[in-house]
Design a protein around this ligand. Structure first.
Ligand code: MG
Length: 271
């Protein structure tokens, strides 16, 4: 399968109103759409995020398998790990986003995440966060110690529990999602989600068909709301061309692997 899907996308980054440097980095070149938010002080952060994105960017323009994605993410981890001696032991980065791959003829989103940047999907009108944050606040939510309402302003909300580099060797999470017709993916750094709640983000994504304009509006809104952190947004529209026929509702290829690999995902029924 070498046919390239038509994917429309837009990506915008902004330093914001408070920070002097932009430590976020991204790649938005089919089939790879990934954001990295660097940490460890500004120079270390900038170098870590750009090393990680450099490793992922090598997938751009290629037909990619899920194994290729795993290989490049590991390469990103190695490159960030090497910064120890020059940029300091705390150099690290989050990584979140999607790479479009194929299983047979059917296109899939490979979702990657480590840290607290996020990947969301808008599908059939429903907006949901696919990635699960690696953060102190997410752990408190999971244990029931705090509610969703407490999380937005919690003092620990910026504390990341896993990253690439930063003196750790943690594994990212992966999900393999069949691409549905009309799927819209949102990839962002926490500079977006720290300023805008999910329902505001969803409303803005639904209102603007052009992905680049949607990305710009989201970044502008986050900066207007305070811009306390660097903010990066990628919007990717899949599901046109090949995708629309390969995963039309009700159709399912015989050899297609069992689709949704997210923990707790609803079982699919064969009809
Ligand atoms: Mg950030």
């Amino acid at each position: 399968m070498t046919e390239q899907l038509e994917l429309a996308s837009g990506a915008i980054t902004a330093t914001g109103r408070v920070r002097e440097h932009n430590e976020d980095a991204f790649v938005a070149a089919a089939p790879v759409f990934v954001v990295a938010d660097g940490m460890g002080g500004h120079e270390a952060g900038e170098r870590a995020s750009s090393e990680a994105i450099g490793a992922l960017r090598e997938l751009a323009g290629h037909t990619v398998t899920p194994q290729d994605v795993l290989y490049r993410v590991n390469e990103a981890r190695v490159r960030v790990g090497r910064l120890h001696s020059t940029a300091g032991r705390d150099a690290g980065t989050t990584l979140s986003g999607v790479v479009v791959t194929h299983q047979g003829v059917a296109p899939y989103w490979v979702v990657i995440n480590i840290g607290d940047s996020r990947t969301y999907r808008l599908a059939d009108g429903r907006f949901e966060q696919i990635s699960v944050d690696h953060s102190e606040v997410q752990e408190l939510l999971d244990s029931g110690d705090i509610s969703g309402a407490d999380a937005a302003n919690h003092p620990m909300r910026h504390v990341v529990t896993k990253a690439l580099g930063a003196g750790t060797w943690s594994d990212p999470d992966y999900w393999l999602l069949p691409m549905g017709p009309g799927d819209r993916m949102l990839v962002c750094s926490d500079g977006l989600t720290g300023e805008l709640d999910d329902s505001t983000i969803a409303t803005m994504l639904r209102a603007e068909p052009n992905p680049r304009v949607a990305a710009q509006r989201l970044v502008d809104a986050a900066v207007a709301a305070g811009g306390r952190d660097n903010v990066t947004v990628i919007v990717v529209d899949g599901g046109s061309g090949v995708a629309a026929t390969a995963t039309a509702p009700g159709s399912r290829a015989v050899d297609e692997p069992d689709n949704d690999t997210r923990p707790g995902a609803p079982a699919q029924e064969d009809s």
